[in-house]
Write a protein that binds this ligand. Structure first.
Ligand code: SF4
Ligand code: SF4
Length: 386
């Protein structure tokens, strides 16, 4: 499949637009689990009808024609889609590198074999905790932990690299050594220890999830000790530690720049430059109404924060803007009500006090797991009703 990089247009006075190399296909918002840090929209229960198989085929073909090379199937829980093997097979036929991002709930040996046959390249399984009880409490399911363990073994047995993802927060981060030990016992090849990022349900539960600085520093130190030990043993397992930007002084270069590399298509066909962007007061296009060529290059939503012209001060005259693009638009909107502002994580932002206050609050939080708002249909409907 030809890469159509040469067609990347240069909009008048703006830098050339990059290619949508990474397509995230959010197949569904349905999910049997209820993680209180889920990044899905709070009002997911009122979103429109899911795209059908044929519509996803069209999205994948158009994105591939425009240069997309990797596809991630996620959700919700993508395994609830009965056409998942078919979608994987088509993605493979089109030449994508294919990733499945799953909780492992609903996975079976037969499904792994079918996905393998369809050409799936990569499976990532997420865990909630190293302890069965905490894992199941966070997931909202009594069977989740045992099923995840069984499927992690099965994935490895089918010849896939073992890629595990642990979302850490104040209720499990003190168990980081046990988490890493579990990953090693499962013969993991890659482990992402990702402190939850505060979007969607995680933002709603921030007071009950944000670790303290001391918790974070301890976890990072222990992870580094494990890294040293594994390196000395020539062990193949790689540990990736992701800190929450609430403890940084500069924001992350969100999505590597708005509309520059990542393209998300949500279950109902809304196209977004990032999976959190749906909450912004911006009109985003839908793949039912437009082709991806128009969506990526010409739509208002994908051009809204491209380049640098939209930036107010302090970003406009800042010599770091080409490094971080002013940070995350969703975070700016969630914390200040204005998506054009500098991300408050930045120490130069006049709103940085919001971040300092959140850090301070985390020192005194007494919110326990049972008090978190779990991500489920009922809670989503209540939130959507306002
Ligand atoms: S984070 Fe949890 S609730 Fe959200 S989609 Fe993933 S498994 Fe489901
Ligand atoms: S002021 Fe804006 S561009 Fe400069 S470092 Fe902060 S967020 Fe980045």
């Amino acid at each position: 499949m030809p890469n159509t990089g040469s067609s990347s247009p240069e909009l008048a006075g703006k830098p050339p637009v990059g290619l949508p190399l990474w397509l995230l296909a959010e197949l569904t918002y349905r999910c049997p689990l209820q993680c209180p840090y889920c990044s899905n929209p709070l009002d997911f229960a009122r979103q429109g009808e899911e795209l059908c198989t044929e519509q996803w085929f069209k999205v994948m073909a158009e994105a591939r024609q425009m240069g997309a090379a990797q596809i991630g199937f996620s959700g919700g829980e993508p395994l609830v889609r009965q056409d998942l093997a078919e979608l994987i097979g088509e993605a493979r036929r089109l030449g994508y590198y294919t990733n499945l991002i799953t909780s492992g709930i609903g996975l079976t040996e037969a499904k792994i074999a079918a996905f393998r046959k369809a050409g799936l390249d990569h499976i990532q399984i997420s865990f909630q905790a190293s302890d069965e009880q905490v894992n199941n409490l966070l997931a909202g399911s009594k069977k989740a932990f045992a099923q995840k363990l069984e499927m992690a073994h099965a994935v490895k047995a089918h010849g896939y690299p073992m890629v595990l993802n642990f979302v850490t927060h104040r209720h499990n981060i003190d168990h980081i050594a046990r988490i890493i030990d579990l990953c090693l016992a499962l013969e993991a090849d890659f482990v992402e220890l990702a402190t939850c990022q505060f979007y969607g349900w995680a933002e709603l539960n921030r007071l009950g999830l944000l670790p303290t600085q001391a918790q974070l520093q301890r976890a990072e130190r222990i992870t580094n000790e494990y890294r040293e030990r594994l390196k000395a043993q020539d062990h193949p397992c790689k540990l990736i530690f992701v800190t929450p930007d609430y403890y940084e002084e500069r924001p992350k270069p969100c999505m590597n720049g708005w509309g520059s590399l990542f393209l998300t298509v949500t279950p109902d066909g809304t196209a977004l430059p990032c999976h959190g962007a749906r909450q912004l007061p911006v009109q985003f296009p839908n793949v039912r109404d437009h082709d991806l060529q128009h969506i990526w290059y010409d739509s208002f939503g994908f051009n809204r924060y491209r380049g640098f012209d939209w930036m107010p001060e302090p970003c406009r005259s800042c010599d770091e803007k080409e490094k971080d693009f002013g940070g995350c638009r969703c975070q700016a909107f969630m914390l200040t009500g204005d998506a054009s502002k500098a991300d408050p994580v930045c120490g130069k932002s006049p709103d940085h006090g919001i971040i300092l206050k959140a850090r301070e609050e985390s020192e005194h939080s007494a919110v326990n797991i049972e008090q978190l708002t779990f991500r489920n249909e009922r809670n989503s409907r209540v939130i959507a009703r306002g």
